[in-house]
Design a protein around this ligand. Structure first.
Ligand code: ZN
Ligand code: FE
Ligand code: FE
Ligand code: ZN
Length: 266
């Protein structure tokens, strides 16, 4: 198994040293792990009061630390990735920044609708007063734009808008699910089964089963990540995740080297 979504304390909201994440991965007998810490929003000219990404000046240290880990004598392969915010008005700036960057893979995630950081517990009360169908529409439009931006290898936690349990009925979700699977396929882009949602109020993986099934039908490649923000979260719920992936028909997981995709058996 692989864990392609792990953070480090540089993002200001994760605990433990990268070496401890690696130790936990070794203990579980994982084949390969990928660090994907939050890419500096500061490089896109965004400064937040509560920091949720590494600082621009920390990026070189992050890259060298993860590389050094990977060069050690480990049973687990270590890949260097980043989780990058998709912000539609920053596409060009991001393209310049990522061009020639040394990452094995780049996860594109939508955490912002306008300036609302809707995955942050501190800002979750805003769901109460919001027009839910409109928020879902805006969220998925951003996801589709992220898919077709050409910036990313993997779309992160693809239905994370459900994180705090604010849901639309399945029949209203269906058009979003269908279009998402179609757009992923059309752009030949991968998504992740992100197990962190099981521990959130949503109570299920990102994505849930219906979207996972549609992606399988379309033949969209999938990878797997815990979104660990602490060493003990590495590989969390992976037995369940593997069983679910096999049940819906997946037999391989996507892996990346210098942004080229290949696959390993599931
Ligand atoms: Zn995070
Ligand atoms: Fe994220
Ligand atoms: Fe993450
Ligand atoms: Zn995340």
């Amino acid at each position: 198994m692989i864990d392609y979504h792990m953070h480090t304390p540089l993002c200001h909201h994760a605990l433990g040293e990268p070496a401890e994440y690696l130790t936990e991965a070794c203990r579980q007998g994982l084949l390969e792990i990928g660090f994907a810490d939050h890419y500096p929003l500061g490089l896109l000219g965004i400064e937040l009061k509560n920091k949720v990404s590494m600082d621009p000046e920390e990026l070189p240290g992050y890259i060298s630390e993860i590389r050094a880990l990977g060069e050690g004598q480990n049973r687990v392969r270590v890949k260097l990735g980043a989780e990058v915010d998709y912000l539609p008005e920053k596409e060009k700036a991001l393209a310049r920044l990522l061009d020639g960057a040394p990452f094995d893979f780049v996860i594109g995630s939508v955490h912002f609708i306008g300036d609302w950081d809707f995955t942050h517990p501190r800002h979750a009360e805003k769901y109460e007063s919001a027009d839910l169908p409109q928020i879902y529409r805006r969220y998925f439009e951003l996801i589709w734009q992220a898919c077709s931006s050409g910036l990313f290898d993997i779309i992160g936690h693809i239905d994370v808008i459900k994180k705090f349990g604010h849901r639309l009925p399945d029949r209203e979700m269906e058009p979003f699910w269908k279009e998402t699977a179609r757009v992923l396929k059309k752009n030949d882009i991968c998504f992740e089964l992100n197990t962190a949602g099981r521990a959130a109020p949503a109570g299920e993986f990102y994505p849930g089963r219906p979207l996972l099934e549609l992606c399988r039908e379309e033949g969209v490649p999938v990878t797997l990540g815990s979104d660990a923000h602490a060493p003990e979260q590495v590989g969390r719920y992976f037995d369940e995740a593997r069983a679910l992936l096999r049940e819906v028909g997946y037999r391989e997981l996507a892996v990346f080297t210098k942004r080229r995709r290949s696959s390993i058996p599931l």
